[in-house]
Design a binder for this molecule. Structure first.
Ligand code: FES
Length: 165
């Protein structure tokens, strides 16, 4: 006896035409909610990421001749304004890094611990990585604000101009 052959799509999607509309609307609503949730999560993630990697904005400015900053060395300067303390360091591998000297906890002045490539805040034992400014220990919740710098062919170390916004 021959059975009526049921197409595969019918077994995979066993909905009537009337039901299909409801399912389609339901599925659409579900995708809409999921897409909105994914978009919101992405926005929050991007906002958190960008706020966790603060960069100070300001003009390009020569700081110091590069030959005066050996590995483990430190130069204090002011950036982006004259009342903003900043610190330029050369890590042991020769990389240059610069940060606001204000601790992100309560604003004490951080210093460079050259032996371990770390920034230290003496007020409450805050510790930051000198490579990227992330918090390693202590009460600070946010990384140090970084200042983009580069060594130029004129032999000077410069801050890079950063667009605000
Ligand atoms: S002010 Fe730096 S750890 Fe509290």
């Amino acid at each position: 006896m021959a059975e009526a052959r049921v197409p595969k799509w019918r077994t995979d999607f066993p909905f009537t035409a009337e039901g299909e509309d409801e399912v389609t609307r339901r599925e659409f609503a579900r995708y809409l909610v999921l897409a909105s949730a994914a978009f919101a999560a992405t926005s929050v993630g991007v906002a958190a990421w960008t706020s966790s990697l603060p960069v100070l904005h300001g003009p390009a400015r020569a700081i110091v001749p590069a030959r005066e900053l050996p590995p483990g060395g430190t130069v204090l300067f002011r950036y982006p304004e004259e009342h903003d303390p900043a610190i330029l360091v050369r890590l042991h591998d020769g990389a240059l890094r610069a940060f606001s000297q204000k601790c992100t906890h309560l604003g004490c002045v951080v210093y460079f611990e050259a032996a371990r490539d770390r920034m230290i805040c003496p007020c409450h034992d805050g510790v930051f990585a000198a490579r990227d400014g992330v918090v390693l220990a202590g009460p600070p919740q946010r990384p140090l604000a970084r200042i983009a710098v580069e060594e130029r062919t004129d032999g000077m170390i410069w801050t890079l101009a950063q667009e605000v916004g």
